[in-house]
Write a protein that binds this ligand. Structure first.
Ligand SMILES: Cc1cc2nc3c(=O)[nH]c(=O)nc-3n(C[C@H](O)[C@H](O)[C@H](O)COP(=O)(O)OP(=O)(O)OC[C@H]3O[C@@H](n4cnc5c(N)ncnc54)[C@H](O)[C@@H]3O)c2cc1C
Length: 432
């Protein structure tokens, strides 16, 4: 678990029981919290950031496509680049994709965002939000220790179990779980310039991996180090970590990777495909708290970095125009979740329902068909850069080229209760 460098300059935290009214209070110092706080500060707003004491701590290691990181206005964002990416489908073969994959330098990312906050008017408040009361002029957030913080707008970036935003109850939520190790080893079967995005070969880790398949995600790190992770793309309920540990152990043995030492371990748990909060919520959500995880991949980081300026613009313009706090919150939600994006989310969730029903052979056939699509289509699907009709066309095309087993799975998921509910939601959102 890497501990990020604290801001080089001392951070003045607010400890008194009275905090002068803020323009915006951001809950959380995760990637989403710092990204939106920095963007609000850059627009000259008075921002408070509420979170735990001490240095910023992001336990995850973030991977992403290089071409999704480079357009972002963030210097030295990339720590490691693999010029090619490999996908494997077991007996159905594999492909080398000429698309670079990167590991995000989370230390410089956090330092850049902290620096942008510091250059603005950020007040760092140590504490935990316990509740909120709204009135016509803004909101008062009550902290666990009894202090109150008064603000015009609240942005909840407190992660996948949000402190204040109400995520809708749903039976369509799944979970991505993974166990990852950074290993010291002298032998591994990966080329130095290639990241393995997913290897669905389950031959050597059967039998339990057939019904809830997992894939290998791996990157050589040089100097006798390699990162390997056993990942369940999505399941319901979540596949436990000890099951994934055992699979990863068997996977390493099968690949002939001797484990000299496990340098770092990580456990991934990401809720996927749950409902999106209503745009009538008075607290604006951001990041995990706003259901922004891509339901087909589990990725969030590129999305929050890209969306922060749009949300900050909406909040800034609303406050500048003297709109009511309710109106500002609504504009904020619409910046994150415009109607078309909500429709796309429903389609992705429908795709996710299908994934949940696929065993290992179907998963292998599905991804073999998926990565045979033209680059613009599979890349657009994974990056959520396609329109709703384009996503439908991608789904239809994969279906047409996939074997019978996969088509049957799609049909069964369409006829299931969650599938029917998602289809109804999609139709309803088309009418709005
Ligand atoms: C090991 C691992 C690997 C991952 N790899 C990737 C990846 O490669 N790519 C990717 O996109 N995603 C990845 N993820 C998922 C990603 O880490 C999460 O989706 C992301 O961290 C969510 O960001 P967030 O800022 O919304 O919330 P968080 O990172 O969870 O941050 C929430 C913040 O809110 C604070 N907080 C909580 N409650 C309160 C409260 N009541 N009051 C005030 N503050 C509060 C917390 O202390 C924390 O500072 C990974 C996750 C894990 C665990």
């Amino acid at each position: 678990m890497g501990r990020l460098a604290a801001n080089p300059r001392p951070v003045q935290t607010v400890a008194s029981s009275v905090v002068n009214k803020l323009d915006a209070l951001v809950l959380g110092k995760g990637p989403a919290g710092l990204a939106i706080a920095a963007a609000l500060c850059e627009r000259g707003l008075g921002v408070g950031v509420l979170g735990p004491a001490g240095a910023v701590h992001w336990p995850a290691r973030y991977g992403a496509w290089l071409d999704e990181l480079t357009p972002l206005d963030l210097p030295e964002l990339v720590e490691w680049v693999w010029p090619e990416t490999v996908v494997g489908f077991g007996p159905a073969g594999g492909r080398t994709l000429p698309r670079a994959y990167a590991r995000v330098n989370k230390t410089t990312l956090a330092a850049t965002l902290l620096d942008r906050c510091e250059r603005g008017k950020t007040r760092w408040i140590v504490g935990e939000a316990a509740g909120v009361i709204h009135d016509r002029n803004g909101s008062t957030v009550r902290l666990r220790d009894g202090r109150d913080v008064s603000t015009r707008v609240v942005i909840d970036a407190s992660g996948h179990r949000p402190a204040l935003v109400r995520l809708p109850a749903t039976d369509t939520q799944g979970f991505q779980t993974a166990v990852g190790w950074t290993l010291e080893t002298d032998t591994y079967p990966f080329s130095p310039g290639q990241a393995t995005l997913m290897d669905w070969d389950t031959r050597d880790i059967q039998p339990d991996a057939v019904s809830t398949p997992s894939f290998l995600y791996a990157m050589p790190l040089g100097a006798g180090r390699v990162f390997v992770e056993e990942t369940v793309l999505v399941s319901r309920p979540a596949v436990p970590f000890d099951v994934l540990e055992a699979r990863l152990q068997r996977r390493c043995a099968a690949l002939g990777i001797p484990i000299h030492r496990i340098v770092e371990r990580e456990q991934v748990w990401i809720p996927m495909g749950g409902g999106i909060p209503s745009s009538r919520e008075r607290v604006i959500g951001f990041g995990g708290a706003a259901g922004m995880v891509h339901p087909a991949t589990g990725y969030l980081l590129p999305r929050v970095l890209e969306a922060a300026p749009a949300l900050a613009d909406a909040v800034y313009q609303g406050l500048e125009a003297g709109d009511s706090p309710r109106g500002v919150a609504r504009a904020g939600w619409n910046a994150i979740w415009p109607a078309d994006r909500r429709r796309r989310h429903a389609l992705f969730r429908f795709g996710m329902e299908t994934m949940l029903r696929m065993d290992a052979p179907r998963m292998q056939s599905f991804f073999a068909a998926f990565f045979s699509l033209p680059d613009a289509q599979w890349q657009g699907y994974l990056g959520d850069r396609l329109s709703t009709p384009e996503i439908s066309r991608v789904m239809a095309r994969v279906l047409a080229s996939a074997p019978y087993g996969v088509r049957g799975t799609l049909l069964r998921s369409a006829l299931s209760r969650p599938g029917a509910r998602l289809a109804a939601a999609l139709l309803a959102s088309r009418r709005t």
